[in-house]
Design a protein around this ligand. Structure first.
Ligand code: IMP
Length: 200
């Protein structure tokens, strides 16, 4: 069991939306490093689960920099699409990570599955696996989720990725329409974050 409090940490992501959000969740007393300072490419994510891919990233970035690393692997699971895009959420945006393209693919897939989908509640959830590793050693790996449904059309310009098409349960706005501070207090990353707080 890892007993010490962490005082410096690399955030193992090249995704600026995630970096911004994770930064805002971490205590100010921790010195934070980002991958951009090291000019590192992302590793190949060939795990079969969010947890496996999160650990691939935290171990890889830690080994490359010698720093303890916090990494996230996350994505959107849509029930009637057999939980796709799931761990392929980033890959649905193509080589250049085009979120508009990923969203189109979601709507195309829903149209193919059920012509009448807009009249139904399309259940979905965002999932986030957060892990902390030091070199090749896993310190922790936890999962957080937020449930909701898919909006009939993209709404809002805030956030990143699938934010404009996801409406959390009991809300009317998509994550893309919410202020970042509102989204950060309820999303999958925050739910995972609560479980690793004791390390920070
Ligand atoms: P990865 O974890 O880097 O493989 O990529 C996760 C992908 O899931 C991102 O590129 C987004 O498309 C999507 N995603 C993860 N978290 C969020 C979120 O909070 N909002 C919107 N999209 C997200």
């Amino acid at each position: 069991m890892f007993k010490q409090k962490i005082n410096k940490l690399l955030i193992g992501t090249n995704n600026r939306g995630k970096l911004r959000e994770i930064r805002s969740l971490l205590p100010k007393s921790i010195k934070i490093y980002s991958t951009s300072g090291f000019n590192l490419k992302s590793p190949v994510e060939n795990g079969k689960t969010f947890e496996e891919n999160s650990l691939i990233k935290s171990k890889y970035f830690s080994k490359k920099t010698g720093l303890m690393c916090l990494a996230d692997d996350s994505g959107l699971e849509i029930d009637i699409l057999n939980k796709n895009p799931g761990i392929y959420s980033a890959r649905w945006g193509g080589k250049y990570g085009d979120f508009g393209k990923a969203i189109k693919r979601v709507y195309n897939s829903l149209n193919k599955k059920d012509k009448n989908w807009k009249n139904k509640k399309i259940k979905a959830k965002f999932i986030c696996a957060l892990s902390i590793s030091y070199l090749n050693k896993k310190i922790t790996c936890v999962v957080g989720k937020v449930e909701g449904y898919i909006s009939n059309e993209p709404k809002g310009k805030n956030g990143f990725g699938y934010d404009p098409i996801f409406i959390p349960l009991k809300k009317r706005k998509t994550f893309g329409e919410m202020k970042p501070s509102q989204k950060y207090k309820m999303d999958h990353r925050y739910q995972a974050f609560k479980k690793i707080r004791k390390f920070l």
